[in-house]
Write a new protein. Structure first.
Length: 289
């Protein structure tokens, strides 16, 4: 176990260069089948990627100035992915991040948005997407500094799980084409006026099943209020509670639960759905993080 003084921790945080502390989702896997995300470090805009492309080549973030713009929807300069990962209602999606810095503490949130009745997400206008939250996890213990000053957060669980997270697709989901919006908010600098750092990542899914659950959602540009106290605070003040920004988890879904974290290694690439075709296309992913 490592111990830190508050002063040395702040010195460490301030010394990190802008490009060193940022991250992205290079891939996901479902039932140990791998699907490629978007790689801003080596962008190839593959037609077989399920992750939306962005212009965040610095692996950077969106701060409060972008909350009312389309930057917050699926990140800066985002464009639709051209393929969909095939998942079943009730599946666990393993989301792999390309590392995450211990200093960047904050909540994780997961949203879904339908792309329309029998409409693939390849050409949907991101401004038309209405997101409903399916899970969230934030502050676990504001006085626990075993993972560094600032308390123990969902991001600390992510780091302990090999920089990865598990997203559970609700078993009662209505089948169809969806955008999964997976997001981390880093709060280490949120005491500054525009110091909050959002890292939204969007991925196309085709969800199969027999359910009919499809709650109403919120347009991306209305998810967050740039003046919300939850994005203007000092996490080093031994917080006792923290209200996660954005809408609440959709009615009928479990709340305040830690996902069944694990780190399953993929054994093969997954079948991709493009357009409304019913036969999946298999493609080789570019990397395994």
């Amino acid at each position: 176990m490592y111990t830190f003084s508050y002063i040395s921790w702040l010195a460490f945080v301030s010394s990190i260069s802008p490009g060193a502390a940022h991250s992205f989702v290079p891939n996901i896997n479902v039932n140990r089948l791998m699907f490629d995300g978007f790689h801003p470090t080596t962008p190839d805009f593959s037609t077989h990627a399920v992750g939306w492309s962005t212009t965040a080549f610095d692996q950077g973030y969106v701060n409060q100035t972008g909350y009312t713009t389309d930057e917050i929807i699926c990140h800066r300069g985002s464009s639709n992915a051209k393929a969909h990962a095939l998942v079943k209602a009730g599946d666990h999606i393993h989301v792999q991040w390309n590392g995450w810095p211990m200093s960047h503490k904050g909540p994780l949130m997961d949203y879904l948005a339908s792309c329309g009745e029998n409409k693939p997400c390849e050409e949907v206008d991101k401004n038309d997407l209405e997101f409903f939250k399916i899970s969230e996890l934030g502050l676990l213990d504001g006085k626990n500094d075993t993972a560094g000053p600032g308390g123990y957060w969902a991001t600390d669980l992510l780091i302990a799980n090999n920089n990865s997270w598990i997203v559970v697709i609700p078993p009662q989901m209505k089948p169809g084409f969806y955008v999964l919006r997976h997001e981390i908010i880093a709060l280490h600098n949120a005491s500054n006026e525009i110091g909050c750092q959002n890292y939204p990542q969007c991925l196309n899914l085709y969800i199969s099943g027999n359910g009919n659950f499809l709650p109403s959602g919120t347009p991306g540009k209305k998810l967050y209020n740039p003046k919300d106290p939850s994005v203007h605070l000092n996490i080093f003040n031994d917080l006792s509670t923290y209200k996660i920004p954005g809408p609440t988890v959709a009615s009928g879904l479990p709340r305040d639960t830690i996902p069944p974290l694990s780190h399953p290694l993929p054994t093969a690439t997954g079948g991709l759905y493009t357009g409304t075709q019913t036969v999946p296309v298999t493609a080789q992913v570019t990397s395994i993080a």
